[in-house]
Write a protein of this length. Structure first.
Length: 170
């Protein structure tokens, strides 16, 4: 029986694996750090209620002519708190992805420890972000905002878990 070496032109079946070293950092951790930098930037005067209401207020007045100033203030507050939920939801998902390092056709089971890690990253960053705001004259740190941020991170991770179960990935 004669065996032949595989042809170099024959397609090879290769399972995807996560990159290592710098590639690992760039693919998984750089997005987390860039997102944290964006959140940090929004924690400065640029993201203050006064500055954001200059953008949100006119849009609300354009969409709903004749709206009262009180109602505009409530909409602005709602949009700002929804932004907290959204930005920390994204941070939690990026942190989960960086910890798990998913690859194509990844059918590993769900691990709550990966979700706990991502939640811890988001909550710790929320705490430091609110602390940072205490040093910005136009901002103030709020424990309530940390709870809102943690809620956004938690909702995102629960939605991810539910989506994965629905798609039968774990």
């Amino acid at each position: 029986m004669k065996t032949t070496a595989p042809s170099s032109t024959a397609p090879r079946l290769r399972l995807s694996s996560p990159p290592s070293g710098l590639g690992l950092f760039l693919r998984y951790w750089l997005p987390v750090l860039l997102w944290m930098l964006l959140i940090f930037g929004l924690s400065t005067t640029a993201g203050s209620p006064r500055n954001t209401s200059r953008i949100i207020g006119p849009i609300v007045r354009w969409l709903v002519p004749g709206i009262s100033d009180d109602a505009v203030g409530k909409v602005v507050l709602t949009v700002r708190k929804a932004a907290h939920v959204s930005e920390y939801a994204v941070l939690a998902l990026l942190s989960w992805r960086a910890r798990r390092k998913p690859v194509r056709r990844d059918h590993r089971p769900w691990h709550w420890s990966e979700a706990a890690f991502a939640l811890a990253v988001a909550v710790l960053f929320a705490v430091t972000d609110e602390w940072h705001q205490t040093f910005v004259p136009s901002r103030e740190g709020s424990p309530r905002d940390v709870l809102i941020d943690a809620g956004g991170a938690t909702l995102a991770l629960l939605a991810l878990w539910r989506f994965g179960r629905w798609r039968k990935r774990w």
